[in-house]
Design a protein around this ligand. Sequence first.
Ligand SMILES: Nc1ncnc2c1ncn2[C@@H]1O[C@H](COP(=O)(O)OP(=O)(O)OP(=O)(O)O)[C@@H](O)[C@H]1O
Ligand SMILES: [Mg+2]
Length: 368
Amino acid sequence: MSALDGFGSVGSGSAPPARRSVRFRGQGLVLAIETSCDDTCASVVDGDGVIRSNVISSQHVHDRFGGVVPEIAARHHLQLMNVVVSEALAEARTSLDEIELVAVTQGPGLIGALLVGLCAAKAIAAGRRVPLAPVDHLQGHVSANFLSESFEPPFLCLIASGGHTLLAEVEEHDRFNVVGRCIDDAAGEAFDKGARMLGLGYPGGPALERLAAEGDPCAFEFPGANAKGRGRRGGRGRAYAQGLDFSFAGVKTALLYRLQQMSEADAAAQAANLAASYQHAIVESLADRAERALERLKVDRLALGGGVAANGALRRRMEQIGARLHVPARELCTDNAAMIGSAARFQRALPYPRYLALDAYATGQRAL
Ligand SMILES: Nc1ncnc2c1ncn2[C@@H]1O[C@H](COP(=O)(O)OP(=O)(O)OP(=O)(O)O)[C@@H](O)[C@H]1O
Ligand SMILES: [Mg+2]
């Protein structure tokens, strides 16, 4: 039995999976739309993966709630959609006449938010009778690696985002096998909740990273880290999840308990050290699992994807692994539509009018 037995694969949208990667062969352009969470995104990419425009409008209205409010996100997508699509076309110096394919995130994500993007994409595609490619958001995060200077499969991809943390074995452009997944909270969620406990704003990842830059990563020991020189394999610092799976619930609870034991003044004085140690624990967990997976799968090429891949400490740590590493530009790690357009180039699109009845899906098509 191989290490991969028992794991499924994520295919491309609802189209029947092609046996081999099918590259978008059009001479024209792909217009892509992404609205799975709180960023309203539209992009124009060409068949070679060159980004002609990549417009991202972040909804800062959620900051005061400490997290994304789904209903508010959907309403804002509705308000921003036309402007963002027009801007993407204008920046690409093109018009809908030159668009050969419309791509859109079908799921997973916030259902109301997804439906706004999906309806807009259907309307644009149907109006021009062009095909539509429904794209899986996680396939999009992987496909950020195929843009511009493409990193070609096979490789192992660590996807670490707000809702997911997984290790994907990428053998083809249009699918991947999941070889490790998160058993509780995602890495991005751990960054966001840790930042909240430390009194930082939302989204927490970038804020926590900034504070951590002033602190000592070995000041505190949190589970999941190779802290204070203890062995990563078998020492007290070892993460709770075994094998290739991830767990971040423990590190969150550890930070909470640590803060409860400290006076307010002490917590404020130690904030940078707490942030640095907490970030270190998360980064070490991610690196540890990635290293193990590379070893087990006998792969020496590693790619990153998802918002947490924007983290400088993680990027630096991954460079030390020794595998050939590819990390997309920061703006291609967090949510964007260019990665959706990139994925669409390799999957089968639905011709008009087959996509008109297409629905969005909120959770992954299988448990991740
Ligand atoms: N510099 C950073 N350091 C750490 N975390 C970061 C950084 N920048 C962004 N993040 C985290 O990345 C997450 C957002 O990433 P992304 O936009 O890919 O997630 P999402 O789309 O909400 O979730 P998913 O992709 O799983 O549906 C947030 O949790 C955010 O805190
Ligand atoms: Mg995402």
